[in-house]
Write a protein that binds this ligand. Sequence first.
Ligand code: SIN
Length: 293
Amino acid sequence: MTSLRGEGGPRYRHRPGVAAAYATIAVDRLTPVIGAEISGVDLAAPIPDAQMDELRRALAEHLVIFFRDQRIAPIQQLEFGRLFGELHLHPAAPHEPGHPELMIIQTDAQSTRANGEGWHTDVSCDEEPPMGSILYIKECPPQGGDTLFASMYAAYEALSDRMKAYLEGLRAVHDGEPVYRGLYANLGVADKPNYPRAEHPVIRTHPVTGRKALYVNAGFTTRLLGVPSDESAGILAYLFRHMENPLFQCRFRWRPGSIAFWDNRCAQHRAMWDYWPHRRYGNRVTIKGERPV
Ligand code: SIN
């Protein structure tokens, strides 16, 4: 792991802004940099406008927000997602019958691989990768199956000024092929002839917060453009190791009825598959995003 200890203490220090209080929800932060558990919301009931505004603000401030003890039907999960934008269709994953936007997240004794096992942002191989994902877990293993989330604002801010200057303006290839081919075979999904591939800036500016975030991930990013291949491999290896620093992370322990809603534009995540042969099952709704700039 990269050491962030400089001469006068840690090189990365979270500098919180002054956040206004919330009136319609309670927000319990998991760490100083990422993650907050939200209470006072029933996602099975209509959400008043003032509460929607606060949920949007909580997502912008905390990058991933969690809800506990929710009981929602598939249609309610889809409707909740649509409050944040048009829904995204996954290029490879299985979906619930009759609901192409309701992705199945399932691992059991027959699984040979698990969805999201490595650090990634969802479908960053799309030209316009998803802005956010809402995962509702209905069945949990007795232990394990947590999801880790990491702030890519924190990962960017902790880079040296020289590294920030080097990365500014660089672009990278994000390729779905090595990720998706064969990934869902045990769930009966046949491979497509091709999977998406796109080029994105290595540093992106979040369209809502205006903050800069590191936007390469070990799942999809295969190559930096405009530099020799050995330099690309070395820099990407450094960045992938750098962004894994636990200082930038939170870890969420699921219970049946928990929901996580993360912002793919500034956070990465990684699902722990440490519970084989037990089953973990849920649904993900993914919200369309914009071309990264
Ligand atoms: C995903 O990458 O969407 C899966 C996350 C999880 O299963 O926890």
